[in-house]
Design a protein around this ligand. Structure first.
Ligand SMILES: Cc1ncc(COP(=O)(O)O)c(C=O)c1O
Length: 430
């Protein structure tokens, strides 16, 4: 007889388009850093809903805040009957974001929407049109999100034309010998050959590329971008949708570089499992749009905001930035130990920041040729053995580790044991 998962898979395939790619772990329950599927199989969660439940699944404080909000009201639309939660979370984010200037915050529902709004704000505030993003970047699946994204398959293929005035500069990749100097030279080529920097409204950058393969932007690169922005009157937008909310060991990853962005986009971890996204930035930029130019029916749901209040408190109270550093050290340490073993010569690179760690799987360390097949087999073995883990990268050969920041140390160690065993079996079957 078919398992519940198999039966769901058949219904899923018949009812849902294939463009929405999924794993086949059908969730029935989740608690902190564990997920159980509909057949009762338990998984250690190293995906956290793609860096969403940084505070763990169903954190008691988040659940309590949401229950209390639902008991009062669930939706009035902020434009129709505004509410204090929106203002209170805006105040908190204005304080938490880097920069000693006055800031304002607006809320939307998804990361892509935050990116769309950051671009709208940058354009209306500067009176300029062009936007620079980077190869390998991921900024979402809306039209502008796709335009800014630096990867064609599967994100852009067949979906164009995209909004004009978007230019992709090279993103430095230390492991692949693409240096900061080369990346900056590429950007300067764009300014010389494609678009006058005086027409560029903003540069948007992920301090650590997420979907793009967990390449960490070197400090010198981010600082040079800030300098170029200042020289040419362009705005610096930090896309912290995956890197934010304590994930890298600071509230925002850009803080590691000592760079102050003009606008920050956030989503994912902000709502702790409830849909919420935000743009925080310099008050005068945030105020550039005319009344009615920003917002949306569900923009800043009171339920998501109640969750966000609790999330921000939990990050503080439970010192989740410190925990991100400790978890990252544990995971990276284990991966680096594995890398030293002959058996794991497929581990090309171990990198990341805080609890945003990745391993790049290669055919051999000299050519660094990507091994997507082996990567898939490792991830499938992990799933078989009860570890939920994701891939990323332009060649689908990077495995990313994104546990909830509340993941107990012993559970993280067990997860790494499962990973090592899974990798060993996958390599052995090669
Ligand atoms: C850096 C970054 N920007 C934007 C997005 C888009 O967010 P969403 O999927 O919530 O629209 C993502 C999602 O993975 C992301 O990682």
């Amino acid at each position: 007889m078919a398992t519940k998962s198999e039966a769901l898979k058949a219904r899923h395939t018949a009812a849902v388009p294939r463009g929405i790619a999924t794993k086949s772990v059908y969730a029935a329950k989740a608690e902190n850093a564990e997920v159980w599927d509909v057949d009762g199989k338990r998984y250690i969660d190293f995906a956290a809903g793609i860096a969403v439940v940084n505070t763990g699944h169903r954190h008691p404080k988040v659940m309590k805040a949401v229950a209390s909000q639902i008991a009062d009201f669930t939706h009035t639309c902020f434009n129709v009957a505004p509410y204090e939660e929106y203002i209170a979370v805006a105040e908190r984010l204005n304080k938490a974001a880097p920069g000693s200037f006055t800031k304002k915050t607006m809320f939307v529902t998804t990361g892509a929407e935050a990116v769309e709004n950051a671009v709208k704000i940058a354009r209306v505030a500067t009176g300029r049109t062009a936007i620079v993003s980077f190869t390998g970047a991921f900024h979402g699946r809306t039209m502008m999100g796709m335009a800014l994204t630096g990867k064609v398959v599967p994100y852009k293929k067949g979906f164009g034309p995209f909004p004009a005035e978007v230019f992709h500069a090279p993103f430095p990749k230390v492991y692949h010998d693409l240096t900061v100097e080369q990346a900056l030279a590429g950007l300067k080529d764009i300014f010389a050959g494609d678009v006058d920097p005086a027409r560029v409204a903003a540069i948007i950058v992920e301090p650590v590329q997420g979907e793009g393969g967990f390449y960490v932007a070197p400090v010198a690169f981010l600082q040079a971008l800030r300098k170029l922005c200042d020289e040419h009157g362009m705005l610096f937008i930090a896309d912290e949708i995956q890197t934010g909310m304590g994930r890298t060991g600071k509230m925002f990853a850009i803080e590691h570089a000592g760079v102050v962005p003009d606008l920050i986009t956030m989503a994912k971890g902000l709502g702790g499992g409830f849909p919420l996204a935000a743009v925080t930035g310099r008050a005068e930029l945030m105020d550039a749009a005319l009344p009615g130019g920003l917002g949306g029916t569900y923009a800043g749901s009171p339920v998501g905001l109640a969750a966000a209040q609790a999330v921000l408190e939990v990050i503080d109270e439970e010192k989740l930035c410190d925990k991100a550093v400790a978890l990252g050290k544990l995971i990276k340490g284990r991966l680096e130990d594995m890398q030293k073993k002959n058996e794991f010569s497929c581990i090309g690179d171990v990198r990341g920041m805080g609890a945003m760690v990745a391993v790049e799987v290669v055919k051999d360390r000299t050519s660094k040729a990507p091994d997507a097949d082996l990567t898939n087999r490792i991830v499938a073995k992990c799933q078989e053995k009860g570890l939920l883990i994701l891939t990323c990268g332009p060649n689908a050969n990077v495995i990313r580790f994104l546990p909830p920041l509340t993941c107990p140390t012993d559970l993280a160690k067990s997860g790494m044991d499962v990973f090592e065993q899974a990798m060993s079996e996958a390599v052995g079957a090669s």
